[in-house]
Design a protein around this ligand. Sequence first.
Ligand SMILES: [Zn+2]
Length: 322
Amino acid sequence: MGRIGVADLAAKPGERRRGFLAVPGVEPAWEIPAVVVRGRRPGPSLAVTSGMHAAEYVPIEAVTRLTRWVDPESLRGTLLAVLLVNAPGFYERSIYVNPRDGRNLNRSFPGDPAGCPAERVAAFLLAELIDGADAYVDAHCGDLVEALAPFTLWTRAGDPDVAARSQAMSRVYGFERSLGVEPGSVPGAAYASAALRGVPAIIAEIGQQGICDEPSVARHLRGLQNVMAHLGMVEPLGPPPAAPRPMDRMDWMRTDISATYHPTVAVGERVAEGQPVGELRDIFGDTLRTLRAVATGDVVFLVTSLAVKAGDPLLGIGVPTG
Ligand SMILES: [Zn+2]
């Protein structure tokens, strides 16, 4: 029965409102498109964000569709949707970061209202969208240079009841893998900040490489609808989805040099620790590094760009429970 608006965008019962939210203290203006749909009937409030990463198009389209699909006449509670957090990066097709300060918004939480633009955006969203909501979904996909196998992510950090409710949202989303990660495994992520402040939260990921494909959009939308049904805001759309495979952590492999990248595995593929997974070469084609899997598990993230810069991620391995 929490929040009924985002910043100064509030809705009356039975109303759907849209507008742009100006992040305080950021010049030039950082204006975030948002939609609030308040049901005629009381119920929980669900906060949703997309476009934290501006070139992740599948979730942006799915969340936009969700705001148009929800009927305020039959809805219980309030849907609070922020469509494009990284608004300045959208038409720039920014990868990973925002163009104002070069920071990754999903590594900038809990933020600081007196900090750099990314920190101000993070603090604003926590205070004006997430705090006081009953649940939070941060919708993502692989970035322009990433292939990805679908998964949801929740944190075991904080209150066990909040963790259990986050895990339950992760289960109903309908994606193949559910990663329950330890505190601090992704520093500065919005979903973890939300959970630590008592708001059950997940990240959900499907789609990749700047392709806004219909099957991925439809599955992201269904996941969001499933969460709304799980919370009692709408009627279930069908039978519950198959249970996801539980995973305990994501182990990242990064490059220490700028090079060309030649992976030999695909997303979704099972790898064994120590198995060769690709090479880094110089521009003449000489091998600089042979890459070996750092864990046994599924390749869930795979960078697909030939060019990689020192410090960049190369792939992420989801490690199954047990
Ligand atoms: Zn993302």
